[in-house]
Design a binder for this molecule. Structure first.
Ligand SMILES: NC(=O)c1ccc[n+]([C@@H]2O[C@H](COP(=O)([O-])OP(=O)(O)OC[C@H]3O[C@@H](n4cnc5c(N)ncnc54)[C@H](OP(=O)(O)O)[C@@H]3O)[C@@H](O)[C@H]2O)c1
Length: 228
């Protein structure tokens, strides 16, 4: 497939590496070549089957508007832009484009969400606590993944309301810990990203899946199809 990877920071670089390992024809786009989404024009976009964005909360919305308005298919790994989600979903529908988004593309975190659903649905009367630890350069806090985990719990049978504690530590890649406790017992489920390849691999698998589809998709909903 012909892929464009927008953003060549810590994660975008690894996405590029994995997409090439998987045999795709990959081009990359850096900030200096794409101020205000200037490179994402209709003729440029027409040469790609799918795009993957790992940029910044400031850049991503302009990138998305440019891509979706031209009917392109975009996987969005960037976090911190979800206040625009409904707009982007509407634009996707109007332009018959493709949008696949997630605050966390690692397969392990998707499994953590499934465990959280199970616990939320069964553990009435327990307290739920989320802790996340990331590197000090991370722009959003709490992490998008912690907020998604909180929403997953809220939507369960007992409407579990979880607190979130965010920690920033130099060089930490990403840890999410869910603690479910009562006065007498405690369950702890923890996901640690050991390398950025966990996110990058999921995003590339997501791009391979999206390339043949149109519409808006939350990775959490389509993950079982992608995994199978
Ligand atoms: N969903 C997931 O699974 C997942 C996993 C990891 C990270 N993330 C998210 O992905 C985003 C990127 O994370 P990161 O750790 O890779 O950050 P990063 O190292 O800061 O990389 C961001 C890159 O985007 C570039 N950029 C900014 N504006 C751009 C534009 N208009 N066009 C092209 N490139 C542009 C930046 O360039 P300059 O440095 O030159 O400005 C930088 O190289 C964050 O929002 C993070 O939370 C999500």
């Amino acid at each position: 497939m012909r892929m464009l990877i927008i953003g060549q920071g810590k994660t975008g670089r690894v996405v590029t590496e994995i997409a090439r390992e998987r045999g795709h024809s990959v081009q990359t786009l850096e900030e200096k070549e794409n101020r205000d989404a200037g490179s994402l024009t209709a003729p440029n976009l027409a040469s790609f089957d799918v795009l993957i964005d790992f940029t910044t909360p400031e850049a991503v919305v302009k990138n998305l508007r440019a891509c979706l308005a031209n009917g392109a298919k975009v996987v969005v790994g960037t976090t911190g832009w979800y206040q625009h989600l409904e707009d982007m979903r509407a634009l996707t529908a109007r332009k018959n484009a493709g949008l696949l988004y997630s605050t966390n593309f690692s397969f392990g975190v998707q499994l953590l969400y499934q465990l959280a659903k199970l616990l939320g649905n069964q553990a009435g009367g327990y307290q739920f606590k989320i802790e996340e630890t990331h590197h000090t350069e991370k722009l959003d806090s709490p992490s998008g993944t912690a907020l998604t985990l909180q929403k997953v719990l809220e939507a369960t049978a007992y409407g579990a309301s979880a607190t979130i504690d965010a920690h920033r530590v130099k060089d930490a890649i990403g840890t999410h810990r869910l603690e479910v406790s009562s006065d007498n017992e405690r369950i702890v489920v923890e996901h640690q990203a050991l390398s950025r390849r966990s996110f990058a691999y999921g995003a590339v698998r997501g791009a391979e899946w999206l390339a043949t589809r149109r519409g808006s998709f939350d990775f959490q909903d389509v993950f079982p199809q992608i995994l199978s």
